[in-house]
Design a protein around this ligand. Structure first.
Ligand SMILES: Nc1nc2c(ncn2[C@@H]2O[C@H](COP(=O)(O)OP(=O)(O)OP(=O)(O)O)[C@@H](O)[C@H]2O)c(=O)[nH]1
Length: 345
């Protein structure tokens, strides 16, 4: 009983989706001791969502076939590649894949949508008591996941908010220079090689957004913000962290091996936005500034650097990407003795 209470307390304290999923699976393992348990979460853009699988316990020490599929194709696979799971996601019904052993799929949902599929293998069909436990755990997940989303997401775009930015940023900055897996790869860390990951912070600012509000109204302005959020989700890998703090400024925390990787990803976003046809508004552009995270960096210092690069991009005519670190190299004498900041303008 006391272990159960420990698990429940543990669950309630979780601050991101990976650790919440892990805690839910640990609780299920403790309570019904299945042969295999995994959570398949949908990630990626709204148009092309994919499965991200987090296996907690493997069947007789061997990964089950669906996990093999995930492993072969990389960290995520298209929804259609796991058809039973897709049925569970779309119908919201519990799906029984095989009877013996009992291989069942359970939808996991928030108040608004089904967000994941819980996969459980047992030797026999769940007893009435086990079925009750699974149902209670799923209700608990619904409640906690709802709270988590509310706490860490921007209500308009569904992107992450300022609070989660600070937390992720600090984790990323702390592990710079340490040979440990990057924080966003927690769910897959057994499969990822250790390496020194580098991070960049990009600030994306819509050009002449005031004009859109003035010409088409605030509601249409909001629609543009929503669409830009969707384009960003489509444009970056699912594990990149995307944020909106409010207003018409968006942020992305990117990981990569070389500065060229960051530039390429941000350029891709810029050109995708420039060629997108926004309903009624037509075309629009974004200016992007970015900077590499340094060991011991703070969220506000990195944001300030990227924002200076945005300012430079606006001065250069908008619709372009500016690397703060390259500016700093090109203008070494512009560094202010008082603030340590580089002033280009
Ligand atoms: N619709 C809508 N507009 C917003 C929101 N937050 C800020 N804005 C508007 O965004 C506009 C930002 O305008 P400015 O900062 O002057 O910049 P801009 O017109 O985008 O021009 P540049 O950044 O120089 O290219 C202002 O008109 C704000 O009222 C929001 O949540 N929704």
């Amino acid at each position: 009983m006391s272990r159960l209470l420990d698990h429940l307390a543990d669950l309630a304290g979780h601050r991101d989706r990976d650790t919440l999923d892990e805690a839910v699976m640990r609780l299920i393992d403790e309570l019904i001791c299945p042969q295999y348990v995994a959570i398949h979460r949908t990630v990626g853009s709204l148009e092309a969502p994919r499965w991200l699988t987090h296996v907690y316990k493997r069947h007789r020490g061997e990964p089950y076939r669906s996990y093999e599929a995930t492993r072969d194709a990389g960290p995520t696979v298209p929804l259609e590649s796991l058809p039973y799971h897709l049925t569970c996601l779309q119908s919201g019904e519990i799906v029984r894949v095989t009877q013996a052993p009992a291989h069942w799929l359970y939808p996991l949902q928030t108040d608004n949508e089904i967000v994941a599929v819980l996969e459980v293998w047992q030797l026999n069909a769940p007893s009435p008591e086990e079925a009750r436990i699974l149902s209670a755990v799923r209700r608990y997940y619904r409640h906690l996941r709802g709270l988590l989303d509310e706490n860490e997401r921007d209500a308009l775009t569904g992107l992450l908010n300022r609070k989660s930015f600070d937390e992720t940023f600090v984790r990323a900055a702390l592990q710079l220079g340490n040979d440990v897996p990057a924080p966003q790869f927690k769910a897959d860390e057994r499969r990822r090689p250790l390496r020194n990951t580098r991070y960049w912070l990009g600030v994306v600012d819509i050009d002449n957004f005031k004009r859109i509000n003035d010409e088409f109204g605030h509601l249409m302005g909001d629609e543009v913000l929503l669409l830009l959020g969707q384009i960003m989700r489509h444009s970056f890998r699912h594990e990149e962290h995307l944020y909106r703090f409010g207003g018409e400024e968006f942020l992305v925390l990117l990981s990569g091996d070389r500065p060229a990787d960051a530039r390429q990803a941000l350029e891709r976003l810029r050109t995708t936005v420039a060629s997108h046809d926004f309903p009624r508004v037509g075309s629009l552009t974004v200016s992007i500034g970015y900077t590499e995270l340094q060991p011991g960096d703070t969220p506000s210092a990195a944001f300030e650097r990227a924002d200076q690069a945005v300012y430079k991009a606006k001065r250069d005519g908008r619709n372009c990407c500016v690397d703060f670190d390259k500016l700093a190299l090109d203008h070494p004498l512009a560094e202010s003795a008082n603030t340590g900041m580089v002033e280009f303008f």
